[in-house]
Design a protein around this ligand. Structure first.
Ligand code: B12
Length: 213
């Protein structure tokens, strides 16, 4: 399994979408633990790509190729995770998206998929979503929880704007807010008055359950 996970990571580092897709199909066919395949395989690869890029050892086209390979693998893995059912208890309605100005959607989509696989009803607004739109949709869908992803230090402040918008409309008490994404942490969640932070998709499910309960 370790070798397999390493190959998954390497396919992303190489930006090789064909290999990533083949490995993802193999994981599904073999009944491999798909969350591990994503977190310890493909996502480890994209994080390494980010590290190499941050250190100037990779250029933007290679970063984009890595992200595209990742998306191709995810397109195969996600339907199988969503179809796996998971535990259906404590479901609630969640409106999720990546905040305005931020196009990173891989982690957000993974969180949405995991929540859905665990019985939550998901409205996925995609990426680059204005603060007001999160609140509009939460009101319309009578959501229990708004989940906001931010991957950039320049966009994370938008998470705070969503909470301010809820306060402006006097509905802050009716909907929980959870935040996530690489620059976020527990302290940030506290600082902006969010109800919780989770560092990965598995923790996000546990957090959503506890907030909705
Ligand atoms: C892939 C990637 C891209 C891809 C995005 C493709 C896509 N469709 O998503 C592309 C190439 C397009 C890209 C563009 C840019 N990127 Co980029 N990118 C990354 C990279 C390498 C990986 C992100 C990723 O997908 N990780 C894998 C997923 C599975 O992990 P995740 O996103 O962290 O999500 C998990 C958790 O955080 C959590 N989570 C996520 N969201 C949520 C939400 C909730 C509610 C909860 C509870 C949990 C949760 O659960 C997820 C699953 O486990 C990161 C590096 C890194 N280490 O994060 C840089 C990174 C985020 N990018 C960065 C930058 C600077 C950019 C650009 C500005 C580059 C440029 N100069 O153009 C642009 C931004 C454009 C924009 N306006 O958004 C910087 C941000 C630096 C900073 N401090 O702000 C990073 C950190 C790279 C670096 N080391 O410098 N990027």
């Amino acid at each position: 399994m370790d070798e397999f996970l390493k190959s998954c990571a390497q396919s992303i580092i190489d930006g090789d979408g064909d290999v990533a897709e083949t490995l993802a199909k193999q994981a599904v066919d073999d009944g491999a633990p798909l969350i591990d395949v994503i977190e310890k395989g493909f996502a480890a690869g994209i994080r390494e790509v980010g590290r190499l890029w941050g250190e100037g050892e990779m250029f933007l086209p290679e970063l984009v190729m890595g992200a595209e390979a990742m998306k191709r693998a995810m397109a195969i893995l996600e339907p199988s995770i969503a179809g796996s059912g998971g535990l259906k208890e404590a479901a609630g309605r969640v409106v999720i998206g990546t905040i305005e100005g931020d196009i990173h959607d891989i982690g957000k989509t993974l969180v949405a998929t995991m929540l859905s696989a665990n019985g939550f009803e998901i409205t996925d607004l995609g990426a680059d979503v204005p603060a007001g739109r999160f609140v509009d949709e939460a009101e319309e869908k009578r959501a229990d929880c708004i989940a906001i992803s931010a991957l950039l230090t320049t966009t994370m402040n938008g998470q705070k704007k969503v909470i301010e918008e809820l306060e402006n409309r006097s509905i802050r008490g009716q909907v929980k807010v959870m935040v996530g994404g690489a620059p976020c942490n527990d302290e940030w969640a506290k600082e902006i008055g969010a109800d919780g932070y989770a560092g990965d998709a598995v923790a996000a499910v546990a957090l959503a359950r506890s907030l909705v309960d």
